[in-house]
Design a protein around this ligand. Structure first.
Ligand code: SAH
Ligand code: SF4
Ligand code: F3S
Length: 448
């Protein structure tokens, strides 16, 4: 086989689709490649190895990846030594079928095989392409902390606390592609976070599909509240973020632990998915709207300044106009700081995809628009209430389009853009006065 086996290393380019878990996995993927001598390429065309770390959550996520694979086919014609790897959830879902359909792909590694990347690219398995590794291995969740991550930031770090999901919401592919829930131990997570603090990281984001069920798989009473309590004691870390929360497993004790910690941010992403109890039942979410509001009220009572965001699915099978109205009412009553609204996308193999009462596409689109309009005006109102007030943000760096303007996030995860100051450095905690609110961002000025 040709050049890549002989070439000790070259440049890599990793494209990440999907959720923060994938962002975090990509950092570990890149860390593995750097360990065997690869350097990052600034554009895909310069790379000797391209990795697509993929997402299966909705049809459009998968379509983007298929489009990219088409581009890579052309690139490989010009550059025959190019290695193409598919990782992440589409790798897990489609396994060898991907290579069978698209021979441009050299290897397919499921989310439990980031450890094998070095071998596949340069070690003992090299040259035996095509390689397909998709066996699920939840015991290996503890190996995560040992994998070198090429972290994008030196201030903000992702910290996966668990893999997989046991919830089996009827629309969702995640339990099939990420396997059963497997938590990392409190000790393991605290070890990683202590090292991050020593390296100067200030903000960590704990990642799990359902952080509120963290530790339940140990069956020894350990839960998310214990993790929060232990992490809060680590010096150097200023902010602890976490996502995603799930109303089913959230307890008042967890909320109390968050409220008691000055480091735990005043932001909670708490997907409700729908405003109708019948839909929630068909989705297998495991709570009612009444229970959701009971939790939400407790959260806001304990942390009055908290920003709560959510996810909503519209057009789930059997959704009537009435049920859709119930979601609109929910938005008005809950007054989320923002809501990510998605059109239901049938995923092969999930129970909802087999339900017969699918909602027509044009109705889904209209309902989505109505949800977005309602939520946008609420988000704007809540952001406007921040005008004239000053907030602490950690400076993240210049905005994409204008190096003279920087941005940072409040504890509530609101992004504020402000004119740069000479003394400003990435990671500095600064006070910003909010001058003007928009639906998605705030504009302000430094006050110190
Ligand atoms: N574990 C998280 C969600 C992860 S997926 C939770 O349970 O809240 C992120 C969001 O994608 C979900 O909250 C849901 O709103 C949306 N989603 C998941 N599957 C979907 C599907 N088949 N079609 C449309 N949206 C979907
Ligand atoms: Fe999917 Fe439900 Fe698990 Fe979230 S909790 S990842 S929506 S199955
Ligand atoms: Fe997508 Fe997989 Fe995340 S399906 S949302 S990348 S867990």
């Amino acid at each position: 086989m040709e050049p890549y086996n002989e070439t000790p290393a070259g440049k890599y380019f990793t494209l990440t689709y999907g959720c923060q878990m994938n962002e975090s996995d990509s950092e570990r993927i890149n860390g593995q490649l750097e360990e065997i001598g690869y350097q990052p390429a600034s554009v895909m065309e310069d790379a000797d190895i391209v990795i697509l770390n993929t997402c299966s959550i909705r049809q459009n996520a998968e379509e983007k990846v298929y489009g990219k694979i088409g581009e890579l086919k052309k690139l490989k014609q010009e550059k025959p030594h190019l290695l193409v790897g598919i990782t992440g959830c589409m790798a897990q879902e489609n396994k060898g079928r991907l290579i069978a359909r698209m021979p441009v792909i050299d290897f397919v590694l499921g989310p439990y095989h980031i450890h094998d990347l070095k071998d596949v690219v340069s070690g003992e398995k090299k040259g035996r392409a095509p390689v397909v590794m998709t066996e699920m291995n939840p015991e290996r969740v503890s190996d995560f902390s040992e994998l070198k991550a090429a972290r994008k930031s030196h201030v903000f770090a992702w910290v996966p606390i668990m893999q997989g999901c046991n919830k089996f919401c009827t629309y969702c592919i995640v339990p099939y592609v990420r396997g059963r829930q497997a938590s990392r131990t409190v000790q393991d997570i605290c070890g990683e976070v202590r090292r991050l603090a020593e390296e100067g990281y200030k903000e960590i984001t704990l990642l799990g599909q359902n952080v509120n069920s963290y530790g339940l798989d140990f069956r020894n009473g350990t839960d998310f509240a214990d993790l929060i309590n232990s992490l809060s004691e680590i010096p150097g870390i200023e902010r602890i973020r976490y996502m995603t929360s799930h109303p089913r497993d959230m307890t008042f004790r967890m909320v109390d632990a968050m409220a008691a910690s000055p480091k735990v941010v005043r932001h909670m992403h708490l997907p409700v998915q729908h405003g109708s109890n019948e839909m929630l039942r068909k989705m297998n979410r495991g709570y009612t709207i009444e229970r959701f509001f009971e939790l939400l009220e407790y959260v806001r009572e304990k942390m009055p300044d908290i920003a709560v965001t959510t996810d909503i699915i519209t057009g789930f099978p059997g959704e009537t106009e009435n049920m859709h109205q119930e979601t609109l009412s929910l938005l008005k009553k809950a007054r989320f700081d923002s809501a990510y609204t998605f059109i239901y996308s049938p995923r092969t193999g999930t129970p909802a995809a087999r339900m017969t009462d699918q909602v027509p596409e044009d109705i889904k689109k209209r309902r989505l628009q109505e949800l977005m309009n309602t939520e946008n005006s609420i988000s704007l109102e809540l952001n406007r209430a921040m005008e004239g007030h000053t907030f602490r943000v950690i400076a993240e760096g210049p905005t994409k389009n204008d190096p003279e303007h920087w941005f940072g996030r409040t504890s509530g995860n609101k992004m504020i853009i402000f004119p740069k100051d000479k003394k400003l450095e990435v990671g500095m905690t600064v006070s910003v006065h909010v001058d003007k609110a928009q639906t998605w961002i705030l504009k302000g000025t430094l006050t110190e």
